[in-house]
Design a protein around this ligand. Structure first.
Ligand code: ADE
Length: 231
């Protein structure tokens, strides 16, 4: 199998690279792709840089250039649901773009003609994630992730995203990965560990917990890889 693993920031992929060890480095479109060989399998790891456009380029490159057959996104997110605390792990059931607005033409918020507001993650990858969580005794929550090209650090904006999208967490890449994978028919899942609560103290919390929460998500993805690449 050819598996692609993406983070947005270097902190989100460093724990994976440390674990996998030896790799080949390939540059495409301003990003470094780390190619790892594990028996008959190839794993491609990259950080995209922050935001939906960068993530869309990286996932497209993973699929169209490196022929990845499955995509896992790993990283941190801001918690919207009060049940989500720093360090908690969230698996996206579906993802949406909170910054898409063509309501001026009568469309619902988050909707683009010929697309849809919510894109569902792959059922099999999500089932595997749940299975791994159960086997390891890890508490894995599930919910809706809203993505947009803004770091949310404001309670009013946070409430707006909750009211309009019923989202449990917010980040800046997941939905663009979802759109690309959905259109190219490549199974994907998005895992995030909470770094902040998307409120007035989000910037301070993010700086404090980026590394530890990114590691938490990456370590979970490594466990998924063990199952995925067993053969
Ligand atoms: N990623 C982590 N925290 C975030 C936040 N508050 N807003 C957007 N993306 C994030």
């Amino acid at each position: 199998m050819r598996l692609g693993i993406i983070g947005a920031m270097v902190e989100e992929i460093t724990p994976l690279l440390e674990k996998f060890g030896e790799h080949k480095k390939i540059q495409v479109g301003g990003n470094t792709y780390y190619e790892i060989t594990k028996g008959v399998h190839k794993i491609f790891i990259a950080y995209s840089k922050i935001g939906k456009v960068h993530a869309a380029l990286t996932v497209s490159t993973m699929i169209l250039h490196f022929q990845c057959e499955k995509i896992i996104f790993s990283g941190v997110a801001g918690g919207l649901n009060a049940d989500l605390k720093v360090g908690d792990l969230l698996l996206a059931e579906k993802l949406c773009q909170h910054d898409v607005d063509i309501t001026a033409f009568g469309h619902p918020l988050g909707f683009i003609p010929e697309s849809k507001v919510y894109i569902e993650a792959d059922k099999n990858l999500n089932a595997l994630a749940k299975q791994v969580a159960k086997a390891q005794g890890i508490d894995l929550q599930q919910g809706i992730i809203a993505s947009g090209d803004a770091f949310i650090a404001d309670s009013e904006k946070k409430q707006w995203i909750i009211s309009n999208f019923k989202a449990d967490a917010v980040e800046m890449e997941g939905a663009s990965v979802a759109v690309v994978c959905d259109l190219l028919q490549v199974p994907f899942c998005v895992l995030r560990s909470i770094s902040d609560s998307a409120d007035g103290s989000a910037d301070v919390s993010f700086d404090e917990f980026l590394e530890s929460s990114a590691k938490r998500s990456a370590e979970f993805v490594l466990k998924m890889c063990e199952s995925l690449l067993e053969a």
